[in-house]
Design a protein around this ligand. Structure first.
Ligand SMILES: [Ca+2]
Length: 499
């Protein structure tokens, strides 16, 4: 076919589409994709009823839409977990098939990666631009997929982690409101509303810091003041992780302002108060955007997708950062509302963030790009299925190698650590139905048991060495290896065959 014929065909197709659609009541849906930076699902009441965080807007999105209990990011090959996570969201590709590192120079060097060299042309904004959507993005700078971000027609980026309207989360919402106010087009839109918080430094607004009893603690030489309004310690808090996590001098574990290497209750509760202050401010800002969409008459025809690039520890298991594979950090919040989604519904889902792109394509009736490796979860959103995957794989390979790996099937989860030049080789086996918080033997220590009353007694801890579960462990070990092979994981662990 000649180029001229192709153009003619495209024009005719558009005309036919407009004629067909103008005769129907349905209009192509809009998308508001909300991505927060570093948030454990367990901050939110919809995932953790004992949380003291107020997030009325997110609660409302949940009550009008679907909550996913099994949403995960696939993992990371760098300490900056944001970077591969955001590559996966934009491209729908699996973790070892991404352009490496995220810098423009390295993205251009495809010899080091299993990603196609023109991948950026097949990422979220590029795909939706071609489909006739208006695309707009606001987000933090850096630790992202620069070549994909540039495809948004309108892009307003800045890192905003301050405690004022101009320096904090309100700025990102303002960019969207400004965009909506100035918009003249009748085309459907895809808006990517990325917040820079609750990633540290967690400088909340004054009123919300006061509400959660927290201060912007900056003096390394003292502890922050205790305050009864602060969030309680997480149920699986530990004063230290039982063995080295494998990434010496990792920024998030040693340098976060206000926490540093401290894991004492006062420090952790103050930091959680700061986190909640940032969380609630984000909630308010989403509320402003939703109100505007409502007044424009667009809200009903808009899919609102709320998620985070990955979870976060902040004291859980004695860890502080996002560089681990426990549920608080491997999992992400995922809440979706929009046309055809049953109010107040809930699904396991078993989805990865990399499945978002093909799902948005399905909902918009747009062909996913050929480079996509994600699976659409439209069938889950429409109540036709509960899950789209049986097996989930996770990796953290940003410190000493090979790093951490995990695999999950049904209620069972295996985590393995092969770090610090072979001096740490650990295996954990959890039944998440019986032990959803992944309690370890250390959670029974007298120093921490007074903090909680729900640590299971007896055998429901790490079951890896329990002979009653040897067959289950063997099954998961085999599953992990098969996932490593399937996903082109370049590493093998100490007790695995090297091919
Ligand atoms: Ca992040």
């Amino acid at each position: 076919m000649f180029m001229g014929d192709r153009r003619l065909l495209a024009i005719v197709s558009c005309f036919v589409w407009v004629v067909v659609c103008s005769g129907k009541e349905t209009k192509r849906p809009n998308f508001l994709f909300v991505l927060v930076d570093d948030q454990s699902p367990f901050d939110l009441k919809v995932y953790n009823p004992r949380s003291s965080l107020d997030s009325p807007v997110i609660d409302r999105i949940a009550s009008e839409g679907m909550v996913f209990d099994g949403a995960y990011h696939m993992g990371s090959w760098a300490g900056a977990v944001c970077t591969p996570s955001r590559h996966m969201i934009m491209s729908g590709r699996t973790v070892w098939h991404l352009p490496r590192r995220g810098s423009r120079k390295q993205e251009a060097d495809s010899s080091q990666s299993l990603a196609p060299s023109d991948l950026a042309n097949n990422t979220m904004a590029a795909v939706f631009n071609r489909a006739g959507y208006d695309t707009m993005r606001t987000c933090k700078n850096g630790n992202s997929y620069a070549a994909a971000n540039e495809k948004f027609t309108v892009s307003r980026t800045a890192t905003k982690r301050g405690g004022t309207k101009e320096t904090g989360s309100a700025w990102h919402a303002d960019q969207v409101l400004d965009y909506l106010n100035g918009r003249k087009s009748d085309a459907p839109f895809l808006i990517y509303l990325g917040f820079s918080h609750p990633h540290d430094t967690r400088d909340g607004t004054e009123d919300l810091l006061a509400k959660y009893g927290a201060v912007n603690h900056s003096d390394r030489g003292s502890l922050p003041r205790g305050n009864s309004r602060q969030p309680t310690l997480p149920v699986n808090y530990l004063p230290a992780h039982p063995f080295h996590h494998g990434h010496p001098k990792l920024r998030d574990e040693v340098s976060v302002s206000g926490v540093w290497e401290r894991r004492d209750p006062r420090t952790i509760r103050n930091e959680l108060g700061r986190e909640f202050a940032c969380d609630e401010n984000i909630d308010r800002q989403i509320g402003r955007v939703l109100s505007r969409l409502e007044s424009l008459g667009e809200l009903e025809n808009t899919y609102v997708i709320y998620t985070a690039d990955h979870g976060m520890a902040i004291g859980r298991h004695g860890l502080q950062g996002k560089q681990n594979l426990y549920q608080h950090t491997w999992r992400v919040p995922l809440i979706v509302k929009g046309p055809g989604i049953e109010s107040g519904s809930r699904a396991e889902g078993n989805v990865y963030l990399l499945d978002v792109l093909s799902t948005l394509c399905d909902l918009a009736d747009v062909q996913p790009p050929v480079t996509n490796e994600g699976k659409s979860f439209q069938s889950v959103l429409e109540g036709e299925s509960e899950t789209i995957r049986d097996v989930l794989y996770g990796v953290y390979c940003g410190g000493t190698k090979p790093g951490m790996r995990c695999v999950k099937k049904g209620d069972w989860k295996l985590i393995k650590y092969d770090v610090m030049d072979g001096t740490v080789q650990e295996t954990q086996l959890f039944n998440l139905r019986e032990n959803p918080y992944e309690f370890l033997l250390e959670h029974h220590a007298p120093t921490v048991t007074h903090l909680m009353n729900s640590v299971p007694k007896g055998n429901q801890l790490n079951l890896a060495e329990d002979p009653r579960y040897a067959a289950k462990r063997q099954e998961l070990e085999a599953l992990l290896l098969s996932e490593q092979r399937r996903l082109d994981d370049p590493y093998r662990l100490w007790d695995q065959p090297q091919n």
